[in-house]
Design a protein around this ligand. Structure first.
Ligand code: AMP
Ligand code: MG
Length: 352
C-alpha cells in the first residue's frame, strides 16, 4: 500500500513538473526556432529555444558562420587562407584573429599527431580533387611531387604580428578538417551570450549541443552508418548534455574507381606520409569533447592514425572520448565511453 502511494506521488510529481515546465515556456514565450543554410561546404542546421528574438539570434549566428567561411575558405578569393597560399614562399600574410587561432590550434594537433594531422596537405587535396568537379586518381610521380610540399613545420606563425608564412613556393593550407569545429564553437558562444540555454547546432556531422533538451533529458546524437547508401541511418547513439560530437569518415566525400574497375574507394582524408587516402583500417570515427574545434581536429586525426594509436592520443586528453569503427564493423572506444555508447545496429560489434 505504502509503495502504491509512493508511485502515485511520483506520477503526480512528474505530471506537475511537466505542467510547470510547459507553463513556464508559455509564460516566457520560449519556443523552438531553427534555420538551415549551406555554408562551409555543408548543410548547417541550428535549433534553439528562445523568446521572440529567436530569429534575430539565429541571424547573428549565421552571420558569424559566413564571416568565418569568408576568412577560412580555401576557394574564396581574398580569404585569409587564399592569401596565405598565394604568398607561399614570398612573404608573411597578416590574418584575422579567427584564422590565426585556428591555424595555431591546427599546428598543435600536427605536433601531437606527429604530422598525421597536417593542414599543409592542400597540394595533395587539390591534386586528387575528391571534392571538386573533376576528381581523379593521380599518378605515383604526381603524388610524390606534391608530397614534398607537405610539412606543417614549414608554417611560420608570428603571434605578435598575427602573420602566417608558408616557407616553400607551391605550399598551401586547407582548414577543412578544423574550421567547422571553430565555427560551431563560435555559434555556441553567441547563443550563450544571447541567453539561449538549450540548443543543437549541426554542421554536417559536426554537432554541438547546449543545456540538454528543454525537457531536461540529454541530447541524443546518432553515429551515422558509414555504409548506409542514400538514406541516413544511425548505428549508435551518444547522449550528451553539453559539448561537441564530431564524426569523420571515408563515407563523407569519396569517389569509387570505376575507370580501372577496381571498385576501390578513394576518400577525402589523406595520409601525409603517403599522399593517398588514409588507410588505417577505419571507415569512421567520432569524437566527443567539450569544444568542437578539438573534436573536429581529433576525429580527422584518429581516422588517419587508426584505432589503436588514435585512441591513445584521445586517452591522454582530459574530458575527451572517441570511438573508431573498423572496416569489418567493429567499434573500439576510449575508456570514458565504455558502458555509455548505445549501439543500435547488430551488424556492428562493440569491442569491450
Ligand atoms: P573532416 O571532415 O573534418 O575529417 O576533414 C576532412 C577535410 O580535411 C578534407 O576534405 C581535407 O580538406 C582536409 N584534410 C584531408 N587530409 C587531412 C590531413 N591529413 N590533415 C588535415 N586536414 C586534412
Ligand atoms: Mg575534422
Amino acid at each position: 500500500m505504502k509503495r502504491y502511494r509512493q508511485i502515485c506521488a511520483l506520477v503526480i510529481a512528474i505530471f506537475l513538473l511537466g505542467a510547470i515546465l510547459q507553463g513556464c515556456a508559455r509564460a516566457t514565450g520560449v519556443r523552438e526556432y531553427h534555420k538551415d543554410i549551406f555554408a562551409l561546404n555543408t548543410w548547417v542546421n541550428i535549433r534553439i529555444y528562445a523568446g521572440k528574438n529567436g530569429p534575430d539570434i539565429l541571424d547573428k549566428a549565421i552571420k558569424r558562420i559566413e564571416e568565418i567561411e569568408n576568412r577560412m575558405s580555401v576557394t574564396i578569393q581574398g580569404s585569409d587562407v587564399s592569401r596565405i597560399n598565394s604568398n607561399a614562399g614570398k612573404q608573411p600574410v597578416k590574418v584575422h584573429d579567427d584564422t590565426f587561432a585556428v591555424i595555431k590550434k591546427a599546428l598543435e594537433y600536427a605536433e601531437k599527431s606527429n604530422g598525421a594531422f597536417d593542414i599543409t596537405i592542400y597540394p595533395i587535396v587539390k591534386l586528387w580533387g575528391i571534392t571538386s568537379e573533376h576528381p581523379r586518381v593521380p599518378t605515383e610521380s604526381e603524388i610524390q611531387d606534391k608530397l614534398e610540399l607537405v610539412d606543417y613545420r614549414n608554417v611560420v606563425i608570428d603571434e605578435e604580428e598575427k602573420t602566417v608564412y608558408l616557407k616553400e613556393p607551391g605550399m598551401g593550407i586547407d582548414l577543412g578538417a578544423i574550421a567547422k569545429g571553430y565555427a560551431a564553437d563560435e555559434v555556441a558562444r553567441i547563443l550563450k551570450k544571447e541567453g539561449v540555454v538549450h540548443a543543437l547546432i549541426n554542421m554536417g556531422g559536426n554537432v554541438v549541443v547546449m543545456g540538454g533538451k528543454p525537457n531536461g533529458q540529454p541530447w541524443r546524437i546518432g553515429v551515422q552508418d558509414p555504409r548506409a547508401e542514400g538514406a541516413r541511418r544511425h548505428i549508435a547513439v551518444i547522449e550528451v548534455m553539453d559539448g561537441s560530437v564530431v564524426s569523420s569518415g571515408d563515407y563523407e566525400r569519396y569517389i569509387v574507381d570505376v575507370y580501372k574497375k577496381t571498385g576501390k574507394r578513394y576518400h577525402h582524408i589523406f595520409d601525409p606520409s603517403t599522399g593517398y587516402p588514409a588507410n588505417s583500417g577505419l571507415m569512421a570515427t567520432t569524437v566527443v569533447a567539450p569544444y568542437s574545434i578539438d573534436a573536429d581536429a581529433l576525429s580527422t586525426t584518429v581516422f588517419i592514425m587508426g584505432a589503436e594509436r588514435g585512441l591513445e592520443i584521445v586517452e591522454e586528453m582530459e574530458g575527451v572520448d572517441a570511438l573508431a569503427i573498423t572496416l569489418d564493423k567493429k567499434i573500439y572506444t576510449s575508456k570514458g565511453l565504455k558502458g555509455k555508447l548505445i549501439v543500435t545496429d547488430k551488424e556492428y560489434e562493440l569491442q569491450q
